[in-house]
Ligand binder design. Structure first.
Ligand code: PGA
Length: 248
């Protein structure tokens, strides 16, 4: 049975109370864990309480994480601290981090190393901007992002490694990438990752995934799951997404 990864990235959409309320509703969702691997990445304010309340069926992820374990780094939370409160996954290099907070490929690399050393599974996010796509630079940009994050990375071939292809122009815009275009990128990403780290990666698509289009993506053999932002922050739309994946 194909296992579909469903990642919910709540970003900064929900405050503490809203996050806790949503978790209570998530815990009531019925789904087959052999078919769906669900991971929730809440905001930091609520993450520890969520870790204590979250059903065993759902995994916890952090939206980012710093590479030093402890020290004078105002405003940061380390990978180790997230792991200690129960996180299993961490998003690394999300385009909002890269473009709004100037996270560089070098920062992304340090985060990859720290996540692996800490025992977290990284979800490495890659993708091109609209301007880069229009100049025909998609392959080049994704290639650079992958190589800088992965080359000579100490990762065992059988360790879980997740890559999320998230074209920047598709995130939060309602303009999703066609399944065909996503498939083309996923195949290239798969080949690069296999060549660079000899690992068989899980590859997600992210960018304006909704209940209306989720089945198109997850039906493709090249797409192992989806990373969902806006539509994961309301129980009705998330439930529809889960139900569609459950039946699909
Ligand atoms: P979106 O965000 O689903 O709201 O487009 C996806 C993401 O940023 O991971």
């Amino acid at each position: 049975m194909k296992q579909t990864y469903l990642f919910a990235n709540w970003k900064m959409y929900l405050d503490y109370q809203e996050s806790i309320q949503l978790v209570k509703k998530l815990n009531e969702l019925e789904f087959n864990q052999e078919k769906i691997k669900m991971v929730v990445c809440p905001g930091d304010l609520a993450i520890k309480d969520i870790s204590e309340q979250l059903s065993d069926k759902i995994n916890l992820g952090a939206q980012s994480g710093y590479w030093v374990d402890k020290g004078g780094y105002t405003g940061e939370i380390s990978m180790q601290m997230y792991r200690d409160i129960g996180c299993k996954y961490v998003l690394i290099g999300h385009s909002e981090r890269r473009h709004q907070f100037n996270e560089s490929d070098e920062d992304v690399r340090k985060k990859m190393e720290a996540a692996l050393a800490t025992g977290l599974t990284p979800i490495l996010c890659v993708g091109e901007t609209l301007a880069q796509r229009e100049k025909g630079l998609t392959v080049e940009i994704v290639n650079i992002q992958l190589k800088k994050a992965l080359q000579k990375l100490p990762i065992e071939p059988d360790r879980e490694l997740i890559i999320a292809y998230e074209p920047v122009w598709a995130i939060g815009t309602g303009h999703s990438c066609t399944v065909r275009d996503a498939e083309v990128e996923h195949k290239k990403i798969d080949a690069i990752v296999r060549a660079v780290v000899k690992n068989d990666p899980v590859i997600l698509y992210g960018g304006s995934v909704r209940s209306e289009n989720v089945l198109d993506y997850i039906s493709s053999p090249e797409i192992n799951g989806v990373l969902v932002g806006g539509a994961s922050t309301k129980i009705d739309s998330w439930k529809e997404i889960v139900n569609k994946c459950q039946k699909g």
